[in-house]
Design a protein around this ligand. Structure first.
Ligand code: 5AD
Ligand code: SF4
Length: 440
């Protein structure tokens, strides 16, 4: 490997981008590249970008600006932009930034090695098509290198829901599911390489309907098939839409041993008026009833969510509805954002809520969510959980892993290896993690 070229990938945004970056790195391995952690000695730099919230493009331009001296020092350095900003603004990036050699949208990653070979010496390439073929089929199979105990696996991509604020249907395209056999093959391969926990990914993962034996498979059916893989200990999935929470998936939470008791189920707002304006096609009450049904199937499940405050037209009364919904549900983990207009989405043309008012609402919402999160975390003290250990901690002798509920847990012991799944008694709760002791 003495003459291997070095590839530096910087990843922004969601877990799907993390997964895509891994797959692109592997595909570029076939073109003679090895991954590097630093842009300074790279032969190729790839920014895998996110367009979901504001200032995405500006961030990309300022990041590119920082690579200018590297390109000046090494004219053979190839610079690429991938991800959702590439999809949305690829031509503009090419125009504004002559030092960018290639732009590749998320549905064209399998063409990356070919594009890389074509560019350089003034030649450039842009591919933001939505091709018919399945990119994962064309991305080189994952090499058989050992890996850590947890992995992401994309099973579904794109979205047909068209929430009025969201760019995903435009950047990731129409909803599409990978065939079940491909997912199972990839899962088995990951397990052979040491993975014990798989998180199934999709922008609308519970809309999964991949072809499988006997017709289209639901996400629940896929999870049950994964449950049979020896050596795989834990299954998670994210992100789900309330309207696709089918009975078989709810029941799986009660019955499927390897499916972890954690569900990320964004609702965005607790006001029916705003939910309608967002094109969410569900009500606040409907969501609360759904959570009740999920908790009936799996009482200890930890619920997480996403909220947007300051959506166009949101009044103080609408916001009060959001606070009431949060109080009714009780979230163990949550992400909340101030609305930002995304060009090309239906809501982008609507008048904005006063930004000072929106920031004030966000602060009040986050205070409530943090209080709930800490209360649930503190209630873990004295309980026994299972922890999958992922890495060493900062202090000597400390190991860190995740509980079933996705809480980070620290344990001091010299008897734990990365990849171990152990029973732990929780003894204390800190600001962002729990402390525990190994159970015999
Ligand atoms: N403004 C603010 N937040 C947004 N999200 C998506 N689009 C926007 C936007 N335009 C949030 C939603 C979504 C999460 C991934 O990002 O809460 O669930
Ligand atoms: Fe975006 Fe999710 Fe709505 Fe799809 S369901 S449009 S990905 S927020």
């Amino acid at each position: 490997m003495a003459d291997a070229k070095k590839l530096y990938i910087k990843t922004y945004g969601c877990q799907m981008n993390v997964y895509d970056s891994e797959r692109m790195a592997e595909a570029m391995g076939g073109a003679g590249y090895v991954a590097t952690d630093s842009p300074d000695d790279a032969d190729m730099i790839l920014l895998n970008t996110c367009h979901i919230r504001e200032k995405a493009a500006e961030k990309v331009y300022s990041e590119l600006g920082r690579f200018k001296p590297l390109k000046a020092a090494n004219p053979n350095l190839k610079i690429g932009v991938a991800g959702c900003v590439a999809q949305a603004e690829g031509a503009e990036i090419m125009r504004r930034q002559p030092m960018v050699d290639l732009v590749v949208g998320p549905q064209s990653y399998h063409r990356l090695p070919e594009m890389e070979a074509q560019v350089g010496g003034g030649k450039r390439a842009l591919d933001t098509d939505f091709p018919e073929e399945d990119k994962f089929e064309h991305l080189k199979a994952r090499p058989k290198a050992a890996r850590g105990p947890t992995a992401f696996l994309t099973v579904q991509e794109g979205c047909d829901k068209f929430c009025a604020f969201c760019v995903v249907p435009y950047t990731r395209g129409a909803e599409a599911s990978r065939p079940a056999v491909r997912v199972l093959e990839e899962a088995r391969d990951l397990v052979d390489r040491g993975v014990r926990e798989i998180t199934l990914l999709g922008q609308n993962v519970n809309a999964y309907h991949g072809v499988g034996e006997g017709g289209d498979w639901s996400l629940a059916r896929l999870i049950w098939a994964l449950n049979d893989i020896d050596g795989l200990e834990r299954i998670r999935f994210t992100t789900s839409h309330p309207n696709d929470m089918s009975d078989d998936l709810i029941n799986a939470h009660g019955e499927c041993a390897k499916l972890m008791p954690y569900l990320h189920l964004p609702v965005q707002s607790g006001s029916d008026r705003i939910l309608k304006a967002m094109n969410r096609k569900h009500t606040a009450e409907g969501y609360i009833r759904l959570i009740e049904r999920i908790r009936a199937a799996r009482p200890d499940i930890l619920i997480s969510g996403d909220f947007i405050v300051g959506f166009p037209g949101e009044t103080e009364a609408d916001f009060a509805g959001t606070m009431a919904l949060v109080t009714a549900v009780g979230y163990g983990q949550c992400y909340s954002f101030k609305y930002s207009a995304r060009p090309g989405t239906p809501a982008a043309e609507r008048p904005l809520v006063d930004p000072v008012e929106a920031s004030d609402r966000l602060a009040r919402l986050q205070a409530l969510l943090t209080k709930q999160q800490h209360a649930i975390q503190n209630s873990m003290v004295g309980r026994d959980v299972s922890v999958l250990f992922e890495r060493t901690g900062r202090l000597p002798g400390q190991m860190v892993g995740k509980s079933e509920y996705l809480h980070a847990v620290h344990v001091n012991s010299d008897d734990i290896a990365v990849g171990d799944l152990r029973r732990v008694r929780i003894v204390n709760s800190g600001p962002n993690s729990l402390g525990g002791e190994l159970l015999p």
